[in-house]
Design a protein around this ligand. Structure first.
Ligand code: SF4
Length: 451
């Protein structure tokens, strides 16, 4: 058990996140006491200097060398972009010498930042990213921490009614503010759990209220078709009919044993069939999410999944490091899971970078979350510049997000201070339906009143 004291620290939890990268929560305590058994540090005016000391101490004690250094609580590409105002070389130096980020991750961040600038530049100040949440899935995955509920026709109909009310309100409010949607992401849950008719209704409403009424400036729409067993020719035809080019089919693993173990009620063959259906109905861009560090998987299993997904011709491959979040069933089963898998996940991510690079994919966005195996990262790769704009903007955090539906977290953006303020909807879909007027009032007060 390590006992750590930071003298003069008003917010000790700022340091706790860093300590947790090295030590399991049961293996340390932050204490106000001092003494021979306690590792003592003094908070300096620049807290990052204190973090550097703490980081070096923990590296020595544990033999662990986290590649992202002392960066916690800020997105690396965003941070790099802020530092790059003084030039990319200076930003790299600061990453390595001040934030103690490894050379490899520094270079990765720089490449991604420069690629994003080349592809998309900065968003216009009156633009928005729009998220529409459909919180229903065929079954619940073991690691799920999202708004996701089993399919229930009665509930879905009521949910859509409330959702349309929020869409209509947002369309009118955007018009008043003179904002337009730059990109729209329909996620969840799994939006393709909707029937073709429901999907058509949703996409028509979205077009009418959020796109055509706002000058048709939307550059990208993505529909998540995460569960391959929800992909049918009819639904793909509806998506295509509405001019949508991009979907996401998420195998996570191409091993049947793993899919069974994580509670996904489909087979690797379903994934292949879903790709075939989507392509034959003319869907142009398909993203595939896969996860490194799933229960029971070693490097060879992950490598197999990666090869399969590349073989299917995915235009984007998003490689996630398994994050074990508080609300997941996996966290209940094994609270220390992500501590145990750090090294294996690191190898999987390195393998993915090599193989995808050889196959012509480039990393185009990156983000980190709490509780990730090995404190590593998620990376989206794309081929032929087929990058997802919504993903880039949401991680960059320099654009407002209007999130509609249960579990959606809108973000008001202040260009003056370059800060975001969260405006959340409730997560539970029944409560969302009951309290839809309150969700709208929240938006009115905290999202659409801000300039
Ligand atoms: S498909 Fe996604 S949202 Fe649905 S249960 Fe699995 S992790 Fe959760």
């Amino acid at each position: 058990m390590y006992r750590i004291n930071i003298e003069g620290a008003a917010h000790i939890n700022e340091y706790e996140e860093l300590v947790k990268i090295f030590l399991r929560p049961d293996d340390f305590e932050m204490t106000e006491e001092k003494g021979p058994e306690v590792a003592c540090f003094t908070e300096q005016e620049d807290k990052n200097l204190t973090k550097q000391e703490l980081f070096r101490f923990l590296e020595k004690e544990t033999g662990v060398h986290p590649k992202w250094g002392i960066i916690t609580g800020i997105r690396p590409v965003k941070l790099f972009g802020m530092l790059a105002a003084e030039g990319a070389k200076k930003a790299c130096e600061k990453f390595e010498n001040y934030y103690l980020v490894s050379r490899e991750k520094t270079e990765l961040t720089r490449n991604i930042y420069e690629y994003q600038q080349e592809l998309f530049g900065d968003g216009e100040s009156n633009s928005a990213g729009i998220y529409i949440g459909i919180p229903f899935c065929p079954t619940r995955c073991l690691y799920c921490s999202f708004a996701s509920n089993p399919m229930d026709e009665g509930k879905i109909e009521k949910y859509l009614e409330a959702l349309y009310k929020e869409i209509d309100y947002c369309g009118e409010a955007m018009e008043k503010m003179d904002w337009h949607a730059e990109s729209i992401y329909i996620g969840g849950g799994t939006p393709t759990t909707l029937t073709p008719e429901q999907l058509d209704g949703l996409l028509s409403r979205m077009e009418e209220k959020l796109i055509s009424g706002r000058g048709n400036l939307c550059r990208e729409i993505t529909v998540e078709a995460g569960r391959p067993d929800t992909v049918t020719p009819e639904k793909m035809r509806v998506i295509k009919y509405h001019g949508i080019r991009r979907i996401s089919i998420n195998p996570q693993s191409m091993k049947q044993e793993t899919l069974n173990a994580i509670g996904r009620d489909h087979s690797p063959e379903d994934v292949k069939a879903a790709f075939e259906i989507a392509r034959s109905e003319g869907i142009e861009e398909i993203n595939a999410d896969i996860i490194a560090g799933l229960p029971g998987e070693e490097l060879k299993d992950f490598a197999f999944t990666l090869d399969e997904v590349i073989g299917l011709g995915a235009d984007n491959v998003t490689v996630h490091s398994l994050a074990v979040k508080r609300s997941s069933r996996l966290k209940e089963k094994d609270p220390d899971y992500h501590y145990k898998r750090g090294r294996a996940v690191g190898e999987m991510l390195d393998h993915a970078a090599d193989v995808l690079g050889d196959q012509g994919y480039r990393p185009y966005y990156l983000y980190r979350q709490k509780h990730m195996s090995g404190a590593l990262e998620n990376i989206g790769y794309c081929k032929n510049d087929a990058a997802g704009l919504y993903n880039v903007r949401i991680m960059d955090e320099h654009q407002r997000i209007i999130a509609i539906g249960a579990g959606g977290i809108s973000k008001a953006y202040s260009p003056e201070t370059r800060t975001l303020t969260r405006v959340p909807n409730v997560t539970n879909e029944e409560i969302y339906v009951e309290r839809i007027d309150e969700m709208i009032e929240r938006k009115e007060k905290d999202l659409f009143r801000r300039k």
